[in-house]
Design a protein around this ligand. Sequence first.
Ligand code: HEM
Length: 419
Amino acid sequence: MAVDSSSTVSDAAGDDGGAYPFEPGPFGSCPAAYRRRRKDAPVSTIALPSGDEVLLVTRYDDIREVHTNPDFSRNLRYPGAPRMLATADFGEDPNSLINMDPPEHARLRRIVQGAFTPRAAEKWRPQIRAIAEELLDEVIAAGPPADLRTAFAFPLPMEVICRLLGVPPKDSTLFRGWPETLLSLTGGSAAQERLEAGIAFATYVDELVADHRRAAAARPSPRPDLIDELLNARDEDADQLGAAELTNMVRGLIIAGHETTANAFTRGVLALLRHPQQLAALREHPELLAGAVEEVLRAEIPGHGALLRVAKRDVRLPSGGQVRTGQGVLAPFVAANQDPDRFTEPEAFDIARTDNRHLSFGIGPHYCLGANLARVELQVALEVLVTRLPNLRLAVAEEELSWAAGSRVCGLDALPVTW
Ligand code: HEM
């Protein structure tokens, strides 16, 4: 795609090469390329893994604009549209909430949002606590060291989203690998693996929905789960929720409902272990918990990218950068969270930070549907962890930790801890 060459858009490839994804900073932090570009070239050209060129925006106000201005669209399905990957990608699915524009988007979102209000999320708190306690019982019983990522961070949100949707607990192990495969950004054999994982996952979800339909027909469920509710919404008005939309919604919720939360939590625990005074303060002052979770969200958001938007008409961004009709724009929330014009010392991790209006859950119509639930999960998980394992520390040297590469999600491969 041709890229604007006006003076407001910079070709500032500089020494970062201009190829997305950029090398993360130390401990999976925000790429240095974003910092440099934010200062020298806030709207600049990058090349995506597909080879397509799009604009990268790195300032808070520009990022906000791209995600809230209706002149930017998630419809990237027309011939010649900018693409993240050259091969099949979940961004192309027209039935997925995240790929829709208003008014279709609002129609679908209305059907599901009741399950994710602040009140609905609060109702889950006791169950989330029970799951967290149980998982930690097992960790403690097995004795140190433990990989907190595998033993606690992933199973917790996975169990929660499975219960919420009505996925039988034994099934969660079936699809453990699929979301990670689907979120990868690498080419070669990974493209085929993504395709196969997508088909396997969709087939599983179709069968799951069919099971729910059969069970509801046999005897109405005493406590309907979200799949039951979505089925009702579909049956009451066929126009409301198509079959493919239902499958997509369930699949999307399983992926979005655990992958980000688990990685944010793992990264957040590492950040606290690397700031032992703040960890001690959190243990002694539980009132710091909510702020600590917000700082984990701001500083440890586990993705350096974003889902592309395309300009439906010419737009001038707050920084002065010009986006032309048809241009793709990558506006990563992680870059907004590190903008020094918005956050004092953005690179510092500070659980007592005030005025922490991070964009980690996005902004605009696609604002994270599960934000309230994720907040409760992170608060409970952190509280249970710091209370029950007061001597928690890394079981390996910091430098030995390894980070997942080539994914939309930048997370730790493992978090080995002892206590
Ligand atoms: C720490 C955890 C989480 C983070 C950082 C996060 C972040 C995000 C972000 C940034 C977006 C907007 C993407 C965009 O505009 O391009 C989003 C959307 C979404 N998230 Fe989350 N999320 C988290 C947890 C969850 C959970 C637990 C669920 C479900 C239970 C969930 C479900 C969704 C859905 C369905 C969307 C699409 C909303 C729409 O298109 O209207 N997320 N999330």
